[in-house]
Design a binder for this molecule. Structure first.
Ligand SMILES: Nc1ncnc2c1ncn2[C@@H]1O[C@H](COP(=O)(O)OP(=O)(O)O)[C@@H](O)[C@H]1O
Ligand SMILES: [Mg+2]
Length: 325
């Protein structure tokens, strides 16, 4: 029996709890979170909170129709329809339908194990490399089915940069980490051109000034945050159309995280970015659209501000208010 229900005991006072590690979107002065007000909040400042609204949710059918309308966009980069993934007999992703916009950040959030990484790996056919994994449904990149038998998976992955949770520079020099991709894909005709690509990529990744005097040092000798920026430089060196990031900041300290977030904001001028994050604050800060997954299903997707301030679905609301996770 809980203290509140006990006839004998007086109600126990609410214990003073520290702010939950994952609360939701930030409030600005007038109580309304805007992407800008959220963006001003940095990791470690805390204070992000969204109270359960207690508001009535629209009927399920209206929700579903509104949800479908928000999942599809005009002229998408990726168009994913009814995507399911099975690991052996176990279905990890269930009929996910969504579009990914150009020059925009899509954040994917949801409890651990809900299928975020699985979905991300569908976009560059990395699930192909997992024994027993099977993908159904359709994923089009610029209108072309990436699972078409004629599509070469290696060529596809060259168009899609990927950044992982743990920075994973090659055991090579800083220069070679960035030059490797352009070299094997024949993007440079001369050493001078390759030098140029390396310099440009490191500059865009915000790392050039820190490494320009030690390009021949091993990439693995850099700090964690620098290694992650090196991996981003490596990803953009091959001029991808989209960058996929799977919890790219979870191994980084708050300062390094802030740098990567600033970088994501700059990169979206040129690239589509799909980022998996366990941090709702991060999703609110860096993304324009947010997708919420739960137990392998896409529960809702929409404008980040809308999802965080006015979730359509009870499950989304429970998650962003910290009641679910
Ligand atoms: N290689 C794999 N083999 C078998 N099951 C997997 C594999 N990868 C993920 N899963 C399962 O698929 C589900 C979704 O996992 P994942 O996509 O990693 O979730 P998330 O990234 O949201 O934490 C989980 O139940 C997980 O255990
Ligand atoms: Mg994951």
């Amino acid at each position: 029996m809980s203290p509140e229900n006990s006839a004998e005991d007086p109600p126990a006072p609410e214990p003073q709890r520290p702010a939950p590690p994952r609360a939701a979107a930030a409030g600005s002065g007038n109580g309304v979170a805007t992407p800008q007000s959220v963006a001003r909040q940095r990791v470690g400042e805390g204070g992000l909170n969204l109270k359960p609204s207690g508001r009535m949710h629209a009927p399920a059918s209206a929700d579903a129709a509104a949800g479908r309308a928000e999942a599809a966009i005009e002229n998408p980069l990726f168009s994913c329809r009814d995507v399911s993934v099975f690991y052996g007999a176990k279905q990890a992703l269930k009929n996910v339908t969504l579009d990914v916009a150009r020059r925009q950040v899509l954040a994917m959030i949801g409890p651990s194990g809900c299928g975020k990484s699985t979905f991300l790996r569908c976009l560059n056919r990395m699930n192909d490399t997992i024994t027993g994994a099977r993908v159904t449904g359709s994923i089009r990149l610029d209108g072309r089915d990436i699972y078409d038998q004629r599509q070469d998976a290696a060529q596809l992955r060259a168009r899609i940069g990927m950044v992982f949770q743990k920075p994973n520079p090659f055991p090579k020099s800083i220069y070679d980490n960035v030059a490797y991709g352009p070299h094997i894909h024949g993007l440079a005709r001369s050493r001078a051109q390759l030098d140029d690509i390396v310099c440009t990529s490191l500059t865009r990744a915000g790392l050039w000034d820190e490494v320009k005097d030690r390009l021949s040092s091993p990439g693995t000798g850099l700090s964690g945050g620098q290694q992650q920026r090196l991996c981003i430089a490596r990803a953009i060196a091959v001029q991808p159309e989209v960058i996929l990031m799977d919890e790219p900041c979870s191994a980084l300290d708050p300062v390094a995280t802030a740098r990567i977030e600033d970088l994501i904001d700059e990169l979206r001028e040129q690239y589509a970015i799909v980022i998996v994050t366990h941090s709702m604050q991060q999703a609110a800060r860096v993304s324009q659209r947010t997708a919420y997954f739960h137990l392998g299903e896409l529960i809702e997707i929409g404008d980040t501000h809308r999802v965080f301030t006015n979730p359509r679905h009870r499950l989304t609301e429970d998650y962003i208010t910290g009641r679910l996770g």
